[in-house]
Design a protein around this ligand. Structure first.
Ligand code: HEM
Length: 282
């Protein structure tokens, strides 16, 4: 119903006699679909003007279509989709409304050391998996990302060692980390575009929201101790920029369909990372 209302209010533009033919397309609010959207065409402006609903764009129109962020390179396209999947409380550009525990404002989190340790252990498993896949790979799409300086597994190993020295018992990895790790291994074998989507989201999320979370949690439960997980050797902004350039270059060889497929994987990346983040609050 909401869609119908927005369609009819948009129809006023058809009254403009200058427009002998006008067309627009729309998708339901919050739709992440990148596939052809429903399109409305108006016929020449006279009394018999009619509205024709066409179910799909033609190949030529599709080619002309611009994707948000496209002019800046593929990373910007991935970023655009990722930002829409945040809630407003998580990031200014966020649009998502449902609120799982980890989607509530970080300022209101009540973390526990035990939960945080589960989060660090599962995160380490995911980074171990990603970094082993990249390091062992001879496949150019993956090999490009060896030794970017963003790697986190060794840093997390040091942090877990520190917790041990403080007398904490280091837990075993739990279901969210184990499931995500296996999922990444499967993707790496059979779906490079989807794998690269996870690669981007995991490392870039950690450099943005992840650091914010680390600071907040350390304030509440670690007497502000800054963990190695949140430190990089070298200038982080430069490391990120180098990886952005490599990602853009890799994606230049992809067809539009392969790019869309990569973008469509973003939701899964949020789902898996969200489950690991939620451990902090257990
Ligand atoms: C509590 C959870 C989260 C919070 C508080 C959070 C917060 C943020 C913030 C503040 C930014 C920076 C926005 C800006 O540039 O102005 C950001 C960027 C981003 N986040 Fe999140 N985020 C969260 C979870 C996630 C998750 C689960 C993912 C995906 C796995 C993700 C992926 C990204 C990406 C890809 C960026 C863009 C980084 C860049 O611009 O280089 N975030 N997030």
């Amino acid at each position: 119903m909401a869609y119908l209302a927005s369609v009819s209010s948009s129809l006023s533009i058809f009254k403009n006699p200058q427009l002998s033919r006008f067309q627009f397309s729309f998708a339901p609010p919050n739709s992440l679909s990148l596939r052809p959207r429903i399109q409305f065409l108006s016929m020449p402006m006279n009394k018999t003007s009619s509205l024709v609903v066409v179910a799909a764009t033609t190949a030529a129109e599709k080619q002309k279509k611009r994707y948000p962020g496209e002019s800046k390179g593929f990373v910007e396209e991935m970023r655009f989709i990722a930002m829409r999947l945040h809630t407003k409380e998580q990031a200014k550009e966020g649009e998502k409304v449902t609120k799982a525990p980890e989607e509530r404002p970080v300022a209101k989190w009540e973390p526990t050391v035990e939960g945080y340790l589960n989060f660090l252990v599962d995160s380490k498993l995911v980074y171990d998996t990603l970094e082993r896949i990249i390091q062992d790979s001879t496949f150019p799409t993956y090999a490009e990302f060896k030794n970017t300086g963003l790697e986190r597994a060794d840093k997390l190993a040091k942090d877990l060692e520190w917790f041990k020295e403080q007398g904490y018992e280091i837990p075993e990895a739990t279901a969210p980390g184990l499931t995500y790790s296996q999922y990444l291994k499967d993707l790496a074998e059979k779906d490079p575009q989807a794998f690269i989507c996870h690669f981007y989201n995991i490392y870039f999320a950690h450099s943005a929201g992840g650091r914010m979370i680390g600071r907040k949690v350390a304030e509440i439960i670690l007497d502000k101790k800054e963990l190695e997980f949140y430190k990089w050797d070298g200038e982080l902004s430069q490391l990120l920029q180098n990886v952005r350039e490599k990602l853009n270059k890799v994606a230049e060889d992809w067809t539009r369909e392969e790019k869309d497929h990569c973008l469509e994987e973003t939701e899964k990346s949020f789902k898996h990372s969200g489950e690991i983040l939620r451990l902090i609050l257990t």
